[in-house]
Design a protein around this ligand. Structure first.
Ligand code: 4AD
Length: 430
């Protein structure tokens, strides 16, 4: 008998097939026994309805416990009453391993308990739906950049220097030297962009963030495009198209997962370009007028994230930050060198920053000055300075955080649920 996956079941209507999976739930109604079988791609109702009381299938059914692994064989039937419109009429059951006392039952559990059992919790409907959306977001990102002629460049994870400030570096021994886990592939991408024109890297990044918030992971995934000769406006357009592409893909491909998460798709469907755009100095007084306690020079916190969402139903792009609060590599605005040509894309509905990026300094003298001001060792950045000596050009890029984006799209308040095994300030298990 052919082994098939539940997601393909409709193509096997009327056929005898084999499913390999786990018991999600069981129930009885008169002589009929129902097993909800989960195989990773979906959940299917399988039924036992035998002519004879003494059918050994009933005895097997009685021994089934939640998450027991099994093989079931039978005929696929269309049935309007079954969830999903199909069910399997069971002929045979092989039990592979009888699970004992599965800790995650249909009752409510606390989040710390579920996080402690994350390796099992992944099997439940909601975490499964979130991670389906995540996989689709990742695929959409790759398709977007590959489809636009960007070259994938894998940047190193072990690095000798900082990209996003020295306070959040993870230090590790590198034989007799010190290395740091990458905070961003950007600096290396500036080199690959000069070799390939338009590039992106996509990988895990690490920040030893001491802040415990709903938005911060210690290890998170970021896609970072970098484009030679592009200026700030060009990458705002690129980021806008990327966000719209991801949304369109998830709304068309993972509708049922958004439903499982009870995520109202309408605010996502309503998003169109252009996104609202304001400078930092325009937005701060507007937030203060709405009651924010932030001062000029502060970063946005959770309260500001929510207030920013009131300004537009779509993402809000904030540009021209005070240079003093931004990274060393940011190009100053032509008429106002105290402002940086950076951009943050703020997600709607209070989900906070999903994209950070901007235009990079291309003048070698200015870059050397900034390295000195930030107390960064010139030797470690010698190769980076070379990029300004051999055919320097304006160039720009950004980073989009996968988990922040998934949080927003799924309507999940805490970022820890958007990655299979989150690394948090107080959690590295499992
Ligand atoms: O704004 P960030 O720090 O920008 C950079 O790292 C640039 N070097 C990127 C570039 O220009 N190539 O981070 C970019 C994005 C944020 O907008 C956010 O989505 C995500 O990365 N991010 C985090 N996500 C989860 N946990 C954290 N601790 C994050 N820090 C940043």
């Amino acid at each position: 008998m052919k082994w098939v996956y539940i997601e393909d079941i409709a193509a096997h209507r009327g056929q005898d097939v084999e499913l390999r999976g786990w018991v999600y739930n069981t129930r009885s109604s008169g002589r009929i026994r129902f097993i909800l079988v989960r195989d990773g791609t979906g959940i299917l109702q399988a039924t036992i309805h035998s002519e004879s009381e003494g059918d050994p299938l009933y005895e097997k059914f009685d021994s089934l416990t939640q998450e027991t692994s099994l093989v079931v064989r039978g005929r696929v039937r269309e049935d309007k009453r079954a969830p999903g419109g199909f069910e399997l009429g069971i002929r045979e059951i092989d039990i592979l391993q009888a699970a004992e006392d599965y800790p995650i039952t249909p009752k409510e559990h606390s989040t710390p308990f579920l996080m402690e059992h994350r390796h099992l919790w992944l099997r439940s409907r909601k975490p499964h739906a979130v991670l389906q959306v995540r996989a689709e977001v990742v695929k959409a990102i790759r398709d977007f950049f590959d489809g636009r002629g960007f070259r994938l460049m894998d940047t190193p994870i072990l690095t000798p220097s900082a990209c996003e400030g020295t306070t959040t570096l993870f230090e590790t021994k590198y034989f007799d030297q010190t290395a740091y886990l990458s905070q961003s592939g950007q600096l290396y991408n500036e080199a690959t962009a000069a070799a390939f024109g338009k590039v992106y890297c996509f990988g895990p990044t690490f920040r030893a963030e001491k802040s415990k918030t709903r938005r911060h992971l210690i290890e998170f995934w970021m896609v970072e495009p970098e484009v030679a000769f592009a200026v700030l406006d060009d990458i705002i357009d690129l980021g806008t198209d990327l966000v719209l592409f991801i949304l369109e893909r998830v709304l068309s491909q993972r509708r049922s997962d958004l439903e499982a998460l009870e995520r109202d798709p309408r605010p996502l469907e309503a998003i169109a370009k252009p996104f609202a755009r304001l400078t930092y100095d325009e937005i701060v007084p507007r937030l203060q007028a709405k009651g924010s306690a932030m001062a000029r020079g502060d970063d946005f916190g959770a309260a500001e994230d929510a207030l920013i969402s009131e300004l537009s139903p779509g993402p809000v792009c904030i540009t021209h930050f005070p240079a003093a609060i931004k990274a060393f590599y940011m190009q100053p605005a032509p008429e106002r060198p105290d402002l940086a040509l950076g951009v943050d894309f703020m997600a709607p509905e209070g989900y906070g920053e999903i994209i950070g990026g901007g235009q990079r300094i291309h003048d070698p003298g200015l870059l050397e000055e900034r390295l000195r001001e930030h107390h960064l060792p010139a030797e470690a950045y010698a190769w980076y300075l070379d990029l300004r000596k051999f055919g320097s050009c304006p160039h720009s890029g950004f980073g989009l955080g996968v988990e922040r984006t998934v949080s927003w799209i799924c309507g999940i308040k805490h970022i820890r649920e958007t990655i299979p095994f989150p690394r948090l300030l107080y959690r590295i298990y499992p």
